[in-house]
Design a binder for this molecule. Structure first.
Ligand code: ZN
Ligand code: ZN
Length: 358
């Protein structure tokens, strides 16, 4: 029997329809291949990108030269540009503004074939630190109200370059999907004086059947109303709305959890295309003329990461309803991942606990 489940935060329904006779791992995806000529993101090809915005250069090499570990460049074909003014206006009932924003590419490694799932966590940590630095810098610009940080891996996830990279888009409005989450979290806090994300986490930790991995700072779990097979969420254990406030110690432990989540998707799904999204808070600078806009975030919002493997297709039903159909129960996905991790326990650091071991 299939089950309809409602996401407790955003009121979104999913249909968990585990198909009889199909195992969780029957969605194996082939290694994504993206044909390309000279790669503009490879070390040595720095001149093929626009001038860099920031780079981690431990040896002190010059900008736009080799010798970097992480490099941030503007997108060559940006959807939005930072120059100019918003020029908000109306045309009859229609609202519009100029395409102001920022679109940056974070080149995660000089090596074309590096995969985040390969680690080591120290390299993932450098990428996370870059997200923090870029977010602080972009939010200095009052016009940029929201930054979405994401990674598209593989063709099915929309990646057009195979060199390891993530992207940040800073936009002049808070998008509807983000607003939905923020409003839901605020309403919940107003009713209960508790953070809904903290409550979801507490519930998952008490039930345990969807927990995948946890350490001192972070918990990864398969959400109750997962939209996709092997969808995962990573929450900070301590309440925090501010991704940039994460300490280096906590960030290192996040790098470990994120790396392992991506690594263990492989035994489950082959080499799936996936998106991950770092859900951060909107720009904390009070908005001109709206001093109370999103002013309660420190109490009611809780930043988090979503990992969304793309092994099923979004089709008419999803577009028509906003529902999703997920053929793998999140409990089965979590159980599978815990088992793979337990078999691979030699890689488990003593600080990390795999839920099934308890
Ligand atoms: Zn490359
Ligand atoms: Zn919280």
């Amino acid at each position: 029997m299939s089950e309809l489940r409602k996401d407790p935060i955003v009121d979104r329904w999913v249909i968990i329809a585990a198909e009889r006779g199909r195992r969780p791992t029957d969605f194996e995806a082939p290694e994504p291949t993206i044909p390309e000529a000279a790669c503009p993101l490879c070390e040595g090809n720095e001149r093929m990108t626009p001038p860099e915005i920031w780079a981690l250069r431990p040896g002190g090499s010059m900008a736009d030269e080799p010798g970097w570990q992480v490099r941030v460049v503007p997108n060559k074909f940006p959807a939005l540009r930072v120059e100019g003014r918003l020029n908000r206006r109306g045309e009859g009932i229609f609202d519009l503004m100029d395409g102001i924003g920022a679109h940056e590419v974070i080149v995660e490694s000089p090596r074309h074939t590096w995969r985040m799932a390969d680690g080591p966590p120290e390299m993932v940590d450098r990428v996370l630190e870059t997200y923090q630095l870029r977010l602080v810098d972009l939010y200095r610009d009052q016009r940029l109200r929201y930054c979405v940080i994401f990674r598209n891996y593989g063709t099915e996830a929309g990646a057009s370059l195979s060199h390891p990279h993530s992207q940040i888009m800073a936009i002049p409005v808070v998008p509807r999907r983000v607003k939905g989450k923020l409003n839901a979290a605020r309403d919940y806090f107003e009713r209960k004086e508790r953070c809904i994300f903290c409550d979801v986490l507490a519930q998952e930790l008490s039930m345990r059947d969807r927990i995948v991995i946890e350490n001192e700072h972070f918990v990864a779990f398969a959400p109750f109303a997962s939209r996709f097979p092997f969808e995962l969420a990573i929450y900070p254990r301590q309440h925090s709305h501010d991704f940039t406030a994460m300490s280096p110690e906590a960030r290192a432990s996040l790098a470990g959890v994120l790396h392992r989540c991506l690594a263990y998707l492989r035994p489950a799904l082959g080499s799936p295309s996936y998106n991950y999204i770092v859900n951060v808070a909107p720009n904390p600078t009070p908005r001109p003329g709206k001093p109370y806009y999103w002013s309660t975030l420190q109490f009611d919002y809780h930043w988090h990461i979503e990992i969304l493997p793309q092994v099923t297709r979004i089709a008419g039903f999803e577009w028509g309803t906003g529902f999703y159909i997920n053929p793998v129960a999140p409990e089965d996905a979590a159980d599978f991942l815990r088992n793979v991790m337990a078999q691979d326990a030699r890689h488990t650091s003593s600080a990390e606990v795999i839920s099934g071991d308890q």
